[in-house]
Design a protein around this ligand. Structure first.
Ligand code: GLA
Length: 378
């Protein structure tokens, strides 16, 4: 039986933890690569999560033990500048989070930390964002600081952009920090307003990991973001959120830039429509929107891969008109999300023939929407 994170902590540090924080991963139902264009997204927090056991230290040092990497350890001084450790890349996310919190002027205390998690890595389900939000939640409480969940999310995003080197948007961190049980979150990524939308009763969220790892995609991700920013500049808006198709057509963009921008503009409209469809439980409309979203990611934004296209097509065929499937997350591999009537879920998964590149059956999660980060022991 695997040890709980509090047990790992006690074994590793020889004393009990003062608290345990959790922060969930997320699945995005629709709205991909819209967040950094100041647009709309519709994710929900899910049951797989990162956990952080913590106790304060008086010497301003952070010492971390990774429950998932054979008990590997790392340590640094809170007031030292961020420096990546190529030997322990898992710790860079934690270093980035402490650096971002210190940069915002938060008076953190040193800490012993043990971390582990159940978010599959490389699946596009935000294992790194959930780890950083979990660290922020634990360290804020250890230092007696009342930091709003959305601010923890913002610091996690800043840490990832400034130190890890992915110019990500705010969706993953906000979903992990602000999730609401049984609800998706309609997030306006410009105002950061988070509006919970109840998931239809009797609808199942299925996640199937293609087994195509999302390794080393920072370059492709940042390139997409740069193309979007170039499109916005050419159209004369501060972000593609403010553009429509007519403006794109009038701006004489080159074909590639036009295609990238068209994905963002049409995807924003699909998110707004999906939130309305979700609110009235219209799984047929949602299925059509998911199909259009996937097609746009495949043809205009070019972030899908053939295996994922095949997995989405198979799920869509098995589910039929009430519900749908699309790739979720940053792209170039990772997982597919599907919505379908709950009483069909077993049949759909039972008939799925998709196999990972190594020929074995894919990892499947039947998910429910969960609450955002918080403390589970203190
Ligand atoms: C990654 C990023 C998010 C978002 C998605 C794509 O998950 O971290 O900010 O851009 O990709 O929608």
């Amino acid at each position: 039986m695997s040890l709980s994170i509090a047990e790992h902590f006690a074994q590793g540090f020889g004393a009990p933890a003062a608290l345990v924080a959790r922060a969930p991963g997320r699945v995005n139902l629709i709205g991909e690569h819209t967040d950094y264009n100041h647009g709309f997204v519709l994710p929900c927090a899910i049951s797989v999560e990162s956990r952080v056991a913590a106790a304060p230290r008086g010497d301003g040092m952070i010492r971390v033990m990774a429950g998932d990497f054979g008990g590997a350890t790392a340590e640094w001084a809170l007031d030292a500048p961020f420096a990546p450790d190529p030997a322990q890349p898992w710790a860079d996310y934690i270093r980035a989070m402490t650096a971002a919190m210190m940069a915002r002027g938060h008076a953190l205390t040193g800490a012993d930390l043990a971390v582990n998690g159940t978010v599959p890595q490389g699946a596009g389900l935000s294992s790194s964002a959930s780890l950083m939000v979990g660290i922020g939640t634990a360290l804020a409480r250890l230092a007696g600081l009342a930091i709003a969940p959305a601010d923890i999310a913002r610091m996690a995003q800043a840490g990832e952009c400034d130190h890890v080197g992915v110019r990500c948007g705010i969706m993953d961190q906000l979903a992990s920090a602000c999730g609401v049980r049984d609800h998706a979150l309609m997030i306006d990524c410009r105002s950061l307003e988070v509006r919970p939308v109840a998931l239809p009763e009797g609808a199942a969220i299925l996640i199937v990991h293609s087994g195509v790892a999302r390794g080393l995609v920072e370059g492709a991700y940042n390139a997409r973001r740069a193309q979007c920013e170039a499109a916005a500049a050419a159209v004369g808006v501060s972000a593609l959120r403010d553009a429509d198709l007519a403006m794109l057509e009038g701006a004489r963009l080159d074909p590639l830039t036009l295609a990238r921008a068209r994905h963002v503009v049409t995807e924003n409209a699909r998110v707004l429509a999906a939130a309305e469809a979700l609110a009235v439980g219209d799984l047929v409309a949602i299925g059509d929107l998911m199909a259009a979203s996937h097609q746009s990611m495949r043809d205009d934004f070019e972030i899908t891969v053939p295996r994922i296209d095949a997995l989405v097509a198979e799920l869509r065929a098995l589910i039929g008109p009430a519900g749908g499937a699309r790739m979720t997350g940053g792209g170039f591999g990772g997982a597919v999300v599907a919505l379908c009537p709950a009483d069909q879920a077993d049949a759909v998964l039972g008939q799925l023939t998709y196999r990972k590149p190594d020929g074995t059956a894919p990892l499947v999660l039947r998910e429910t929407a969960c609450d955002g980060a918080g403390l589970i022991m203190m």
